[in-house]
Design a protein around this ligand. Structure first.
Ligand SMILES: NC(=O)c1ccc[n+]([C@@H]2O[C@H](COP(=O)([O-])OP(=O)(O)OC[C@H]3O[C@@H](n4cnc5c(N)ncnc54)[C@H](O)[C@@H]3O)[C@@H](O)[C@H]2O)c1
Length: 345
């Protein structure tokens, strides 16, 4: 077996815990360093996942200089991204980075340029792409049995105050940019590249919550280069404590009803009697995205979701923000300008 990849985690918060659980169980990974601006968090991770053996830092450049990493997991909140991708790439360190990879298009495309120039492997945390039901539909589209994809209709319902940074538009980008981006990325994955976006967003239920400047209801319509259409609606005022991302997809020969990324009923509409396939899986998509990245590093092949995909999906949600703010349909022609202001109230 090859030597395990020396891996460090930057940002030891909520989602980093989920990744560390997965990584600490993979024989191909050795967790050797943790970095957080709060020293106690890095120490907690080192203790929990390495019995205290891993090195702890609060300056990520020091971690990159001293810990001889092969792989860096970047789990920072959206506003905290800086030069960490470029700094890792320059040192030949592969990266995993949580979505959204940045809050501004130019920043995201700088990351893409740095990673591609250095030839490192990158994976963005769009784990919806790894759901078993999603993979089944994607395979049917790729192989041609599904016929061209025509429509996706998706909803995202939750009801939580989230972290203080999440509620601030300048720090998270808003619910669409920080959270619903998963569904926007999935729409790109299944339907191809978008051409126009039309969105409406409002804060209806959290106006009295101090510092809550993000939208809590939104509707977006996307048109794709192929002519396909998607509609994505979301709210942060649904059932408390539940996170529900559901969607339907229609292709020429299939109608698919997803209760989540691992569970769906696919109905074949081109066959007599319309036979159905039911997928009901407990697949750990965080593990799958890690394994895909490890295979890409070992076998020198592309990952499923390199940084370029992170920049393209960011551009799509930023275009939706523009559309909501300016109350007009936005055409995607390249990197999207910074969004200023807050969603319409
Ligand atoms: N894929 C998913 O399902 C999923 C789920 C949750 C969060 N996320 C994404 O993961 C990212 C992190 O979210 P979270 O919920 O874990 O946030 P969090 O607030 O729980 O954790 C962030 C950690 O980063 C640290 N940090 C902040 N700035 C830093 C800096 N400059 N240097 C070092 N450490 C710093 C904080 O101290 C904190 O420990 C966000 O982009 C979020 O959108 C993805």
């Amino acid at each position: 077996m090859s030597t395990p990849l020396r891996t460090g985690i930057l940002g030891c918060g909520g989602i980093a815990n989920r990744h560390a659980q997965v990584l600490s169980g993979l024989p191909d990974i050795r967790l050797v360093a943790f970095c957080d601006q709060e020293a106690s968090r890095a120490k907690e991770f080192a203790l929990k996942y390495t019995g205290g053996h891993a090195a702890c830092y609060n300056d990520y450049r020091e971690m990159l200089d001293r810990s001889a990493l092969d792989l860096l997991y970047i789990c920072l909140p959206p506003f905290a991204h800086g030069d960490e991708v470029a700094d890792a790439a320059r040192r030949g360190i592969h990266v995993f980075i949580e979505k959204p990879i940045a809050l501004e298009s130019n920043h995201a495309w700088h990351m893409v340029a740095a990673a591609e120039a250095a030839g490192i492997k990158s994976q963005v945390g769009f784990m919806y792409r790894f759901g078993e039901a999603v993979c089944t539909l994607k395979q049917a589209i790729t192989e041609g049995t599904a016929g061209p994809a025509a429509l996706m209709v998706a909803t995202y319902y939750c009801n939580a105050l989230h972290a203080p940074w999440w509620r601030e538009k300048s720090k998270s980008g808003g619910q669409t940019v920080e959270q619903i981006i998963h569904l926007f990325d999935l729409a790109r994955y299944l339907l191809g590249e978008p051409r126009t976006v039309y969105a409406r967003q409002a804060n209806l239920f959290h106006r009295d919550v101090p510092g809550y400047t993000v939208e809590d209801v939104s509707c977006t319509t996307i048109t794709f280069a192929s002519g396909a259409l998607a509609s994505i609606s979301a709210t942060n005022n649904a059932i408390p404590g539940r996170w529900l991302a559901r969607f339907d997809a229609v292709t020429r020969n299939l109608t698919a009803f997803f209760s989540d990324i691992n569970r769906a009923v696919l109905v074949q509409t081109d066959k007599p009697g319309n036979p159905e396939v039911t997928i009901d899986s407990g697949r750990d998509v965080f593990r799958e995205e890690a394994l895909d990245l490890i295979r890409a590093i070992r076998e020198d092949r592309p990952t499923r979701t390199p940084l370029r995909e992170g920049a393209l999906s960011l551009d799509l949600v930023l275009a939706a923000q523009h559309s909501a703010l300016e109350q007009r349909e936005v055409t995607l022609t390249g990197p999207v300008a910074p969004v200023s202001g807050v969603a319409a109230r």
